[in-house]
Design a protein around this ligand. Structure first.
Ligand SMILES: O=C([O-])CC(=O)C(=O)O
Ligand SMILES: [Mg+2]
Length: 571
């Protein structure tokens, strides 16, 4: 076997990526270490450090520049980093997370500023147990959440190979900022199996394997080795799968869901957050139209892992209204790149449809094919349109206007990320529906004053649930993350809005309450784990939802507060 790196090349400096790095030590030709050195440094308060960082951010014009600045701060001083994020989450989430994190992944090898987690190459797959055991031995605190990607489908930006590390780091930042996880309990991982993006392979600065991505069979062998090495080295960890291409995402979820404590954020996290938003939107729309909740019809543009995952999760809405599984499935129409997925379409007849889409094949189209979104909307007359197509502007004016003609309150969720892939902007959505739209996008849009009224867009991004799912699984000591736990996270999210937020017509709680929201979602997950008999945390049994939320809230980590694991059990 060829080994391109030494073992140590997998290991980040000091602790893990988001965890504390060792203090900077002076080089040998500078003043030697000692009390005198400390006295000879400027005396800086935390407030000054934070203020300086805020000034530097304000003076850095580009979002990517701000992202780079914050990444460097996170590596040197995580408490300062997280205090800055907590002080201004609404403005900084789009910098450390979607949409800017997408650009950071695209340019990862160019802006690389040092290791941020574990970079595991398929060439070293047989050494994974050693690599992870050695890594575990360097840590003071074991990781609690691992986010792992193979970089094969980063947001809607395609195969970015090793650059996918950026998304693992970004997700874990929100686990800390939004969920209250201790940063020393986070471990970002990228599995490098090559990349199918030629321009990346040809880039002299590219840090990953310069070879085409291995096929699913080889990837599965590597994945097996990773999952078992990770479970052995870190037995209490929750593993979040992120941004694997659809086929791999479904295959791995299917394989590990019942054997490991894991979930797939794109299939299940996105599914949950959209179910949560749809529960609110469908109620509002039915109130406006007077039509029953079971009458909603949902057209999806997109047939990837997120689309199928979301549609399956949204079926729970109809089941909650008493529909059977078949009746619930019947409320969905999925369109992929070849049009509406029907039983008579040529690739379906030829048995060439990707297996994850089979569940949603329409059998009632009587041999007719519907190629475009417009044709499908004409045919179905839906009440809701969901976009997971990664096609910018795909919800065109005529389609949106038509939806507005047949619905008092049209539900439109253009969910593709980042903003450069979004199907419809908030502004167009308002203008083309006379302001009647119930809107949620995956990436953030600013509020807009429409006809004198301030309108706030929903952001149906999985960050509203994945920290709660991970923390709930962790706190309950659940052996696995069941479908019921995922659905519970969606229901908890839909119940997390304050009366004022509901009154303002919001579909999701405001981001500045993310810590409360994550605790509420996590409590829902804990209760579902207890009901399913999956939990092992006996001390949480018998607590009410309110008591659970209190417990979880108390354990949330904050910068500069000594809630280290030695004194307080961590989440
Ligand atoms: O990262 C995000 O913003 C949401 C997500 O998982 C994706 O788009 O793949
Ligand atoms: Mg994702």
């Amino acid at each position: 076997m060829t080994t391109s790196h030494k073992l140590s090349s997998h290991l980040p400096n000091g602790a893990n990526g988001a965890g504390p790095s060792p203090p900077l030590t002076p080089k040998s030709n500078s003043i030697p270490l000692g009390r005198g050195v400390a006295l000879a440094r400027p005396k800086i308060t935390r407030e000054q450090s934070l203020l300086r960082l805020q000034h530097q951010l304000a003076a850095t014009p580009s979002p990517l520049g701000k992202h780079g600045l914050l990444s460097r701060v996170r590596q040197q001083d995580p408490e300062l980093f997280f205090s800055a994020i907590q002080a201004d989450l609404v403005n900084l989430a789009p910098i450390v997370y979607t949409p800017t994190v997408g650009e950071a992944c695209q340019k990862y090898s160019h802006v690389y500023g040092g290791p941020e987690g574990l970079y595991l190459s398929i060439e070293d797959q047989d050494q994974l147990p050693t690599i992870l055991a050695e890594y575990a031995a360097t840590l003071k605190h074991q990781p609690q959440i691992i986010v792992v990607t193979d970089g094969s489908r980063i947001l809607g930006l395609g195969d970015l190979g090793l650059g996918g590390m950026g998304i693992s780091v970004g997700k874990l930042n929100l686990y800390v900022a939004g969920g209250g996880l201790d940063p020393s309990g986070t471990l970002p991982v990228v599995l490098d199996m090559g990349t199918n993006t030629e321009s990346i392979r040809n880039d002299p600065l590219y840090l990953g394997l310069k070879q085409p991505r291995v096929g699913l069979d080889e990837a599965s062998v590597f994945m097996d080795k990773f999952m078992s090495a990770a479970a052995n080295a870190f037995p209490n960890t929750v593993i979040q799968h992120e941004d694997f291409y659809s086929e791999a995402a479904f295959a791995f979820l299917d394989k590990y869901q019942n054997t490991h404590r894991m979930f797939n954020d794109d299939i299940q996290g996105t599914g949950s957050v959209i179910l949560g938003g749809f529960i609110k939107a469908a109620r509002q729309a039915s109130k406006a139209s007077g039509r029953p909740l079971t009458d909603h019809k949902v057209v999806f543009l997109g047939g990837g892992s997120a689309a199928v995952g979301v549609a399956k999760e949204m079926m729970n809405f109809f089941k909650m209204q008493g529909l059977s599984e078949d009746e619930a499935r019947d409320r969905f129409w999925l369109i992929d790149t070849k049009g509406l997925i029907t039983s008579t379409r040529y690739d379906v007849v030829a048995g060439k449809l990707a297996s994850h889409k089979e569940y949603f094949i329409r059998k009632d189209t009587e041999g007719k094919e519907y190629k475009t979104l417009k044709e499908v909307v004409d045919y179905v007359q839906p009440t809701a349109l969901v976009g997971l197509s990664t096609t910018f502007g795909a919800f065109e004016e005529d389609v949106v206007r038509q939806l507005a003609e047949t619905n008092e309150a049209p539900i439109i969720f253009p969910l593709s990320n980042p903003t450069s892939k979004c199907e419809l902007s908030f502004e167009d959505a308002l203008n083309w529906t006379d302001g009647r739209v119930l809107f949620a996008s995956g990436s953030p849009y600013d509020p807009i004053t429409y006809h004198g009224q301030l309108r706030e867009p929903g952001q149906g991004n999985n960050f509203l649930v994945f920290p709660g799912i991970g923390l709930g699984a962790l706190a309950s000591g659940a052996k696995h993350i069941t479908d019921e736990m995922i659905t519970a996270s969606a229901i908890a999210l839909s119940e997390a809005l304050t009366p004022e937020e509901t009154e303002a017509g919001l579909l999701y709680p405001r981001l500045n309450r993310i810590r409360d929201v994550s605790a509420k979602v996590a409590a829902g997950v804990v209760i579902a784990a207890q009901k399913a008999g999956e939990d092992t945390a006996e001390e949480l049994r018998g607590l009410t939802e309110e008591q659970l939320i209190d417990e979880l809230r108390k354990k949330q980590w904050s910068p500069y507060v000594d809630n280290s694991p030695s004194t307080t059990p961590r989440l």
